[in-house]
Ligand binder design. Sequence first.
Ligand code: AMP
Length: 550
Amino acid sequence: MRGLMMDVPLTVRMLLDRAEALFGDREIVSRRPNRSVHRTDLGTVVGRSRRLAAALQGLGIERGDRVATLAWNHHQHLEAYLGVPSMGAVLHTLNLRLHPDDLLYIINHAGDRVLLVDEVLLPLLASIPDLESKTKVEHIVVMSQAETSIDDARPRADGYLDYEQMLAAAPADFEAPAIDELDAATMCYTSGTTGRPKGVVYSHRSTLLHALAVSLPDSLAIGEHTVCLPVVPMFHVNAWGLPYACTMAGAKQVFPGPHMDAASICELLASERVTLTGGVPTIWMGILEHLDGGEPGYDLSAIEMMAVGGAAVPEAVIAAFEQRHGLRVVHAWGMTETSPLGTVSNLGPRHAELSADEVMSLRSRQGRMVPLVEVRARSDDGAVPWDASTMGELEVRGPCVAGAYYDDDSQADRFTEDGWFRTGDIVTIDPEGYIRIEDRSKDVIKSGGEWISSIALENAIMAHPSVEEAAVIPVAHPRWQERPLAVIVPASAEPAIEIDELREFLAPHFASWWLPDAVEAVEEIPRTSTGKFLKSALRERFRDYELTDS
Ligand code: AMP
């Protein structure tokens, strides 16, 4: 027997209609490149996103065509998030931190026809080799955040289209094509540390389901009362889906533009009374240092949640925010391939009895799967038990998880025969389902046939006062195949820590065979375009590192 509910497609267009009907007056705030603050409302953004859709149709863009953005977080980018998919085209957000050669590859691979670019990013655009001769890009549209209005937009001297002028000239609405909920809505490329970037294509359905899952009270708790500042860029996994979730819920949205330094973010968090913000650990570590500096005493009392994900956040950082600044950091895990939210580390009512240390230890885990995501972990011996200690590779499944990469059959081994996605993350899962990411499968240290989690060591080492940052990598060992080498950045004005002191510091927390064999000080840990440690570069640098047999 079939269910008798309506078969109404879940499409991004639903978000536009709902936002316009219910939340037209919600504020949308963006920091401009000149640091001034631009204010508009959701109704205006939705109206302009319809004009954008109409203008793109005027340029000949049709259902399924790719429209790329090269842009920071701001209201015009939100207009593209809403307008491009709602007319059936596919929004392709380009990661502006990638190398120009990678950008060229991605633009080509995706087959982008239109490119919306921030005026302040035109130098980056110019650095992409042979953009106009070697790609299918037909139109470049410049989004200027100068303090002009739609009425006084002028043609550009460089021959590119002007976004404001294009909107001014466009009809106020567009001919909406029929959209299947499984049609592509947006696409992002993974910022892989090895190999070519891989394209993940989100459907309308997955985008809406993900927006619902993100908003739930035990996920990121987004509602009409929320004031959300996504520090996570809109060019990386759709800013964790926050723009869609916030538009759906009618939350106020605050965008930092190109000003991502700790002082600028803290100013906006305070002045806009932000309740929810999200970003990678590097951002929060910078903000922690800034707040610890004490000046100028921001009022951050409105903040209910600082979500952190994209890389592991050390327990010491969660504790420092809480104890020194009364701020709640919530750990989450996800991937480009999972839309991205996979797990969130929120506590349940049964945890009221736990000691402060136990609570902190649980919160430093990456958390439990959000609704619509199924998880399992497997090793060579099959499924691993949820016993908090057996490591296995995390596999996920769900309607917001990638089932394939775009036009790339070199990755078939990432998808299992029984329909799961292999994340490449090595995890343990505790009996309550709280996951801890122990490592990337290629970073885990394989010592004498057993696995050592580089992330666990890094987090513990970073709690040492004389260490600013730490990455732990495997180096070859004559007897154990691999042993851990700790690569550290000493805290300013501190001498680099010696190996004996480091081992003594770590000894209470780890089995003795986990302790690093050596420590090396460096000026900085290389990072990927999205702020993760680039361990492949460190492994390369210390490839011939000699450890003695011990
Ligand atoms: P990306 O697709 O660029 O967002 O990268 C996804 C990868 O980032 C995951 O497979 C993890 O290896 C890593 N990652 C994301 N969130 C976390 C987290 N909270 N802790 C540790 N690693 C994380």
